[in-house]
Write a new protein. Sequence first.
Length: 609
Amino acid sequence: MEPPTATKSKAERTRNVCILAHVDHGKTTLADCLIATNGIIPSRSVARLRYMDSLEQEQERGITMKSSIISLLYNRKECSEQYVVNLIDSPGHIDFSSEVSAAVRLSDGAIVVVDAVEGVSPQTVAVLRQAWRESVTPVLLINKVDRLILELRLNEHVYFAPARGNVVFASALDGWGFRLDDFAGLLAKRLGCSERILSRALWGDYFYAAKEKKVYRGASVKGRKPLFVQLVLENLWTVYDTFVTNRDADKISKMCASLDIRLGPRDLKSGADPHSALAAFSAQWLPVARAVLEAVVARCPSPRQLSTDKVNRLLTIGGVEGSPESAGLSCLRQHFLACSPDGPLVAFASKMMAVPAGCIVEPAPAGLTSAPPPEASATSAAELEQRRLEARRQWEAMRATKAAAVDANGESAAEASASNTDNDSSPSVYVAFCRIYSGIVRPGDRLFLLSPRHRPDRLPPGLAELTPDALDAEKRLSDSGLRHASVCTIGRVLLMRGRDFESVPGAGAGAIVGVEGLADRVIKTATLSATLACPAFSDMASEAAPIIRVAVECVNPADQSRLLAGLRLLERHDPGAEVLLEDTGENVVCSSGEVHLAKCLSDLRQCYA
């Protein structure tokens, strides 16, 4: 089995996807469902843990405030292949649209989550616009279908309009999800129909005639239930009626027996939480993680399938498409399209993040990335299982600590640090979220850091062939007067696992990794390249501009130097924040909204100053 980053695993079996939605439409709960499939968290903690929300403010407010990345494995049954899915959970609040921009820039696909009751909301439109600008392929997930049954108490005749096959219906809270192919596979044999025909007919104006065992067109004209209502929604409504609305233990037992599903005694007893029992049932019947990951693998492009339009937009010289280009840039485009590990290293850092040093694990187990040498063996099933057991052991240990350590106020000491912010005493390190488009990155690599004004068509004479490894590279850049390129050295390369980071020996084209060593070099975003022929990547579009201005000052004037240093770091590392020095001498923080402002001030106190 291959490991959860994309350097040694083939780029064809890598998917870089983000989750996009309006606030409270269920992104983070969905992420918990997907993470649980890798054994990182217990399935029963889904929706309660909010694993990707590692900040204390995120846990308190119940919303996501930053983009977080985790690498997951998915075993595709139909072809017995393992895929690496780099999953990015992004905020849904309008104040943090700059974080969404950082997420979609790194992604090739997006899971667009829409609440079945609230429908398409303002921020849904905003994130779709951002995804479209970055040529990201969407997969639609209609979440919270359970609300139609339990809250609005609609009947099963209210059904959704036909759409393309890249749609998942789900309830992340109750743990079920499906595409039409899933139901077609379950029902085709029982109905005596072709699975292919049934899958196509489930979306249209078709109905099923039980006597003839055939599917016919014209359900609306003939007053018949559409196939989707008849075979899909009625089954769902029956399950909810049996488990939740009118709980019936006998019916539950019969339903489980007919579907060959086994529930534990705790789920079957009369006093059991109905949603807990339903989640256990759903995990064996229609697990949401399998449906979503299958849709991602089947519908989202791999890094080797970058569109020419997207590559051209990234590599525009001076932000103007169609600009004349050198032979070196033309060659670079081909490496991008091929996602070539043999090409010159080019990566894009979409954001910086402060991470407690204690959250970084080192060294990584052998074989965890796709970096050379190519003859290195992939992670075995036993090694993967050992990692899962270790993650489960750590989770159980944390829960045991919560139960035992109760302070004088009746609050658990571990609970206060459940979001992995218990390591505040640990010094912070600054990690860049990087997508590698060509080549291979390793710790210690020297690269050119290109500012937005870098123009490869205006290089001074003699610099076109300069490499960052040259001993006099920095001197030659300085002597030539080239101000928009500098030389930087890569620190550790990190596999991102949500709340934790794991040091790895390298990562190749197609991977999304964390990179150390750029803390004082990057202002919001950066283009990293092994060649000066590469232009700086085009700017990321944001749906929200800084509109709130607040002056900040030290309680103790002796801390003024720390405040100024912290403000510089805040402006560099927060994608949506700006810091101004007014004529009056006041230092002003500009944010996208009140919630964003609260996060900026908290980061300033706890991380930067």
